[in-house]
Design a protein around this ligand. Sequence first.
Ligand code: FDA
Length: 412
Amino acid sequence: MPAGDTQTFDAIVIGAGAAGLFCAGVAGQLGVKVLLVDHADKVGEKIRISGGGRCNFTNRDLDPRQPHRHFLGGNPHFCRSALSRYTAADFIALVQRHGIPFHEKHKGQLFGDRSSEDFIRLLQAECGAGGVQHWQPCRVQAVRHGAQGYEVDTDRGTVTAPHVVVATGGLSIPKIGASDFGHRLAQQFGLRVVEPRPALVPLTFDGEQWTPFAQLAGLALPVRIATGSKPSTGPGRSGEMAFDEDLLFTHRGLSGPAVLQISSYWQPGTPLRVDLAPGQDVPAALADAKRRSRKLLANELAAFVPSRLAEAWSQRDAAWQRPVNEASDKALAALAQALSNWELVPTGTEGYKKAEVTAGGVDTRELSSQTMESSRQPGLYFIGEVADVTGWLGGYNFQWAWSSAWACAQAL
Ligand code: FDA
């Protein structure tokens, strides 16, 4: 383009991640003249590293009528419309049309059989079919609204369009291109932003408190993990959130699916409750062992939890470092209770360097749930993770990216 010329598009999509690529492709195929701009060197980096390199691209268990079951945010019902209009089944059909083999792993989670690259190629092919112009790497310096609609200054000159779609994602993994651009742009136009925080993130513990467990780094086991107020027997709703998943010990704290899931709900300063032997009647089993066994308690515990954990656990109390038949009933009851209700207060999270997503973002009260357009600033849209919609681990965040992108594309 000769210097000084301003190119005009129907829509400028900023951010070529999951949501931006999909929105651009869908809109392009609807006849919209789209420019897609991204500042990163490589396209779709987060898709590339997702799902351990296999991309957990959606979840069969997602029920759009009950979005609060798998999504958090100021208004968990905000995503209902978009999720109902472009469903997991719709994206699965697209994946099948592209001949990408996939499988279900766990709790409805769908992964590619080969590599995440398949999904990046799918999105690029959809953009190609829609005649999308794609400038990458290309920085966006400023966005203004004037008589011509939106004017966007980029490294390759100023471009104009009546619609700007912000798909710049959250703050997680800054080294592959994450930025707060979308939040800043929202604020520039007077939109409220819910304070961002790392979510789906490992939790850390105080050095001294963690010393006995640091040696367990690498150990994984199935647990039930909970946070929030415990269910009460009286009327009223409990604020407890719980997950039955695998927990992983790390050098600095806890990770694994159980902890990533609960981290999105955990409030700083509050405890987590972990049942290390879920579904097992530890008190009865220890009482029985006391009658028939002379083994060390650590050895008996190894029937419920991995032996490394049983060993470390029994070191926590002198009353637990003896043969089971010599342990007092009180010590056995305390041991069973500690194992099934391990209460511990994280000191923090591993932060955006390790977080899979960012909770918070552009306040959904500012956006139309039908189109993702700002009600305050017509023609400005926010899709994907930049908005205050956060999914559970398990393909829910990509499905939000696809659904919000599709809903927006229909309106451009
Ligand atoms: P996304 O982050 O994908 O894209 C944003 C784009 O905007 C990027 O390309 C970035 O370069 C660009 N950008 C940012 N600032 C810009 C600026 N100033 N100017 C121009 N461009 C800019 N989810 C899931 O459902 N299943 C999974 O398996 C996984 N796995 C997973 C693993 C890991 C390690 C992480 C970190 C995350 C996941 N996720 C996931 C989450 C998922 O990757 C995430 O929710 C989506 O990618 C969000 O899509 P968006 O398009 O909104 O943002």
